[in-house]
Design a protein around this ligand. Structure first.
Ligand code: HEC
Length: 120
């Protein structure tokens, strides 16, 4: 199969495969992020606040000084973009000031996304 077809195939299948995340488990998993990120009150701390994150353009919190890498990334935080970023922050945004190794478990990312989806 050509790479293009394969990519198309994955794009079509991915949302269905990952649709079910557990928001409650995601809330617990968010403990890893909470030392740097706030969500309940949209206010930035060591990291930018993540309130209403899904669909937000990168570097949009007005009370946070982002790295040039993040400001110039041109990303929009779709679930796909978040999935890639949370797996390997430094690969998706080389030079980001987010010091985080990344999450290896797809399941945990599903749960985190389910939780983040509730923050509107
Ligand atoms: C050690 C602190 C730290 C931890 C832990 C951390 N982050 Fe971050 N995060 C940051 C910083 C700092 C930035 C700003 C990066 C930049 O400007 O390059 C950031 C940026 C982000 C952004 C981009 C936000 C925007 O407004 O564009 C997202 C999304 C994000 N983090 C999600 C998470 C999630 C989800 C977790 C937990 C799995 C997490 N982060 C863990 C410090 C952290």
């Amino acid at each position: 199969m050509s790479k293009l077809l394969l990519a198309l195939f994955c794009t079509l299948l991915a949302p269905a495969a990952h649709a079910a995340g557990d928001a409650l488990a995601g809330r617990q998993a968010f403990a890893k992020c909470a030392s740097c990120h706030q969500v309940s009150i949209p206010r930035s701390g060591f990291g930018p606040h993540l309130h209403a994150l899904i669909g937000r353009p990168a570097a949009a919190a007005t009370d946070f000084r982002y790295s040039a890498a993040m400001r110039n990334s041109g990303l929009v935080w779709t679930e796909d973009a978040l999935r890639s970023f949370l797996k390997a922050p430094d690969t998706v945004v080389p030079g980001t000031s987010m010091r985080f190794r990344g999450i290896g478990s797809e399941r945990e990312i599903d749960d985190l996304l389910a939780y983040l989806r509730t923050l509107r």
